[in-house]
Design a protein around this ligand. Structure first.
Ligand code: DO4
Ligand code: MG
Length: 293
């Protein structure tokens, strides 16, 4: 069972999408309201959805054709880094242009007890499905980072899973790790969606299949796949470091690091179409807009 939001008559509607892709509008005005109402009833979000869906009629429309919004207006989006061997290799390449002769910060963080965690985005910088992600004007090497996103409650419990794109500037980050916030955060540099899969409906979060496809002028330019089984750390481990001495707002999203990096010669261009699919969740589609002047 997945939860989406879409626009109807200028208002946001929260809806459930069943495993056979039927859409049922819900009484709850947001994902978090669904969670809290379920708690008040001493039930689970899934049971609350099931009760609402039981005698309802599904929409005629296909959910992917609705005017989808971010599935949650996450107050903050945090991200973990170098949680997959593929990311470690890519970071080492951009920092050394392939001339690696000693252990780097990236090698060290990959094996350290403390993971890399950073503030990736805020509500105002985060876009949803079918919206535009923006390029940065001062970078010549930009890529999407397809990542599994965790939707968290205030206490860090994992309420659901979504898809995230941690847009990144490999040249800025490679020049100096202290430039990380500039390599990661700018206008519309993060997207999430299209749906949140309820955590209680996921048997094994270490078996999500991720695929990223990038189309340029209608032609497939990049296609890569990976599986969350390759994740170096446990999801709870990432969450526990995020919670440590921190305030977590309800509905915070934690991106869990990228396991897919386009070939080193690739950089995004305005007009590209990015499609990130995760099994059991859906496909997050965004087009790339130029940097604003
Ligand atoms: O070390 C910099 C960031 C890495 C990252 O965003 C990732 O591994 O996904
Ligand atoms: Mg990332």
């Amino acid at each position: 069972m997945r939860i989406i939001r879409y626009l109807q008559d200028s208002s946001a509607v929260t809806a459930a999408v069943t495993d056979d892709d039927q859409v049922f509008p819900l009484q709850d005005s947001s994902f978090m309201e669904l969670v809290y109402r379920a708690r008040e009833e001493n039930s689970s979000p899934l049971d609350r959805v099931r009760r609402q869906v039981a005698n309802a009629r599904p929409l005629d429309a296909k959910w992917i054709h609705l005017p989808l919004l971010v599935p949650i207006e996450a107050p903050e989006v945090w991200a973990a880094g170098v949680t997959y061997q593929r990311s470690r290799e890519a970071r080492n390449y951009e920092a050394t242009e392939g001339k690696l002769d000693a252990a780097t910060f990236y090698d060290k963080v990959y094996v350290a007890e403390r993971p890399e965690l950073f503030l990736k985005s805020t509500q105002a910088r985060t876009v949803g499905p079918k919206a535009e992600v923006c390029l940065r004007s001062d970078s010549n090497w930009q890529v999407p980072e397809p990542e599994l996103g965790l939707v968290l409650d205030r206490d860090g419990s994992i309420l659901g899973y979504t898809i995230g794109n941690d847009m990144s500037c490999r040249d800025i980050e490679g020049e100096n790790p202290l430039y990380l916030p500039q390599a990661k955060i700018w206008r519309q540099s993060c997207s999430i969606g299209p749906a949140i899969r309820l955590a209680e409906t996921v048997a094994n979060p270490y078996d999500f299949e991720l695929t990223c496809r990038i189309y340029r002028q209608g032609e497939l330019a990049v296609t890569e796949s990976a599986n969350t089984g390759l994740l170096k750390r446990k999801l709870e481990e990432l969450v526990s470091f995020l919670c440590r001495d921190n305030i977590l707002f309800a509905g915070t999203v934690l991106l869990t690091g990228t396991c897919i990096v386009p070939p080193n010669q690739f950089t995004l261009k305005s007009g590209d179409r990015i499609e990130i699919s995760i099994s059991q969740i859906g496909t997050l589609i965004n087009t790339v807009a130029p940097a604003s002047p």
